[in-house]
Write a protein that binds this ligand. Sequence first.
Ligand SMILES: [Zn+2]
Length: 449
Amino acid sequence: MADSPYWNPKMETLPREQLRALQLAKLRRVVRWAERSEHYRGTLAAAGVGPDDLSTWDDVRRLPFLTRPEWMAAQERRPPYGTLPVAGHERAIRLHTTSGTSGKTPLRALDSRKDWAWAAEMWCYGMWAAGIRSSDVGYVAFGYGSFIGFWGLHYGLEKLGALVIPGGAQPTEQRVRQIVDFGATVVASTPTYALRLAQEAQRLGIDLRSSSVRTVILSGEPAGSIPETKALIEEQWGAIACDTAGMTEISTIFMFECSHQPGGAHIIEDHVLEEVVDTATGEPVGYGEPGERVVTSFGRSMIPLIRYRTADLVVKVPANRCSCGRTFDIYDGGVRGRVDDMTKVRGTNVYARAVEAIVRHRPEIEEFQIRITTEQIRDEIALLVELSGQTGDDPRWPELSDWLHKELAAAHEGLNFRVALAPPDTLPRFELKAKRLLDERITVQRSAS
Ligand SMILES: [Zn+2]
């Protein structure tokens, strides 16, 4: 076992045909289990489909989708946990909520002891693939609150037998010192926070490249698979950075990047069913085509998750894109953002991800924000940046602003970005779920009264 590159050698190399058959069998079992949930009893009956109707992949499309608004409505109808759970809270051991960064009511999720064992197992697939073993020392730069974040990774590290150091709620400086003092070999954080830790280390005169950290496990933001962001993290840490992605709705990760780094992440296909559909029609799209992630979890028991519309934008490619030998398909470029992340400015598509890819070419930029406003009747887009060690009349700025202006225009059909220096420490910093695109356009014009 210790010498295998796979956490679960049999499943991770199972021929596709057998893997697909296994998924169909597991799906039938999950649908049967979900009939214990009031919500699913209703939706399955309304769609006229049950576990015994699922014999082919075409049948699977008869299963109704679950959307976030439906989940929220179920929660409001029967507070506090809604009608999705198959049992009451007495069967659960912990509650988690979504981060609620968007100002919306957070989604509440209950998990049983069995669910938590499963969540840890999923993280083990990913961490093992990144090369983490029992001799590792893992530092978890995470606040350990009600947001699910790296809780599963924590248990996964314990399951692997690694030494876990819970970073908890403390200042960034303290976390940097602990990483160095305890000889951490693995650090888990969001991509944004990995960069912030590196900036803080620089300020303290600590060279992370000569520290014992050799792996950074990223999660929580799409940026973990933006090549430019990842390259910057790897350069500043002198370590390999591997992306993972999970969500509160399934309680754990559904994909991981292996140490071969194929430019995307393998889907844990013996434990989740990941479909990619056209957002408008709900019909499946093929390999290589962008679409919306739809997830079914085979492992979560308190809250069955069947065909959940995630609004994540992904592009699936076949497993053989990677040379590691896994038969698990890959999301090329990881989670590429949200299906509604793209915005139009004067007819040109703007993706926050594409802007970030340009910004990360310049490590002297410490933080940035994209701001879209309406002036008179015209949309304007601006990029605000803060530099590390920024001074009032920063000598680096003239060259950098010219460079940014040119690169941004070239990537956006000549769209004119206003590029400006923000005063030091005025742009928001993020530990979780960075939101760097601010759309302040006036969309509703009131009639003159
Ligand atoms: Zn691989």
